[in-house]
Design a protein around this ligand. Structure first.
Ligand SMILES: [Zn+2]
Length: 221
């Protein structure tokens, strides 16, 4: 899966995090790697799950403990065809402070509807921070609601899209926007963000052009 390598190249995924896609012929299933560092994922590592995140044919392979993030989002968001869960460092500050992450440039316009923050303590009190159960996955999906991104306090983010290229592009530009917003705020004075109307008008076409470039570079390695 090229998406894993691309996001590792951009530092969005490190040894952890995952990319999934809804099955193209069965909307009640999704595909994600066995438990493995994203950069090492090959086609043979991809596993099929139902939306309760039970593997269709586990073959003794280790499963991602946080796979419920994916299944529970696919259940409540029929529009979503791909999901990324990452621990992108640049977004973490926006999940642990009162500063909302907001789009300040064109490539991150998809953030215009707002970026909710998932607080795991609201449902489960003290945990090891991981989304280890369907109930936690469901609560995260409720926080995400109809948005493109939700931050997970002290943990990372979940990004959704209508395709794998779109979710990869959104993950990359989410991280870039977080860097740029921190820089803009450090310069001082008011920051001019995209107006919601500008956000609504921006159509980046699912990042298809960039996807071809990212994919070729990732596969050539
Ligand atoms: Zn995680």
């Amino acid at each position: 899966m090229a998406a894993n390598r691309i996001l590792a190249d951009y530092g969005v995924l490190d040894g952890y995090g995952h990319v999934s896609a809804r099955h193209d012929r069965d909307p009640n299933r999704y595909l994600v790697s066995r438990s493995l560092a994203p950069e090492l994922v090959t086609a043979d590592d991809i596993m099929e799950y139902d939306l309760d995140s039970n593997p269709v044919d586990a073959q003794d392979r280790a499963l991602y403990v946080e796979r419920f993030i994916h299944g529970e989002i696919y259940k409540v968001r029929p529009d979503v065809q791909a999901v990324v869960h990452n621990h992108s460092p640049a977004v973490i500050p926006f999940g642990v402070t009162t500063v909302p992450l907001r789009p300040l440039y064109h490539m991150a316009a998809f953030l215009w509807e707002g970026v909710p923050v998932f607080e795991i303590r609201d449902l489960a009190g003290m945990t090891d921070m991981l989304v280890r159960s369907p109930a936690l996955g469901h609560a995260l999906a409720q926080t995400l609601s109809n948005k493109a991104v939700a931050l997970m306090r002290g943990h990372g983010a979940v990004v959704v899209g209508a395709s794998v290229p779109e979710v990869v592009g959104r993950s990359i530009y989410l991280q870039m926007n977080a860097h740029l917003q921190a820089q803009a705020m450090a310069l001082g004075g008011p920051v001019t963000y995209l107006d919601p109307e500008e956000g609504r008008r921006v159509a980046v076409g699912g990042y298809q052009r960039a996807w071809e470039l990212w994919r070729r570079k990732a596969i050539a390695k």
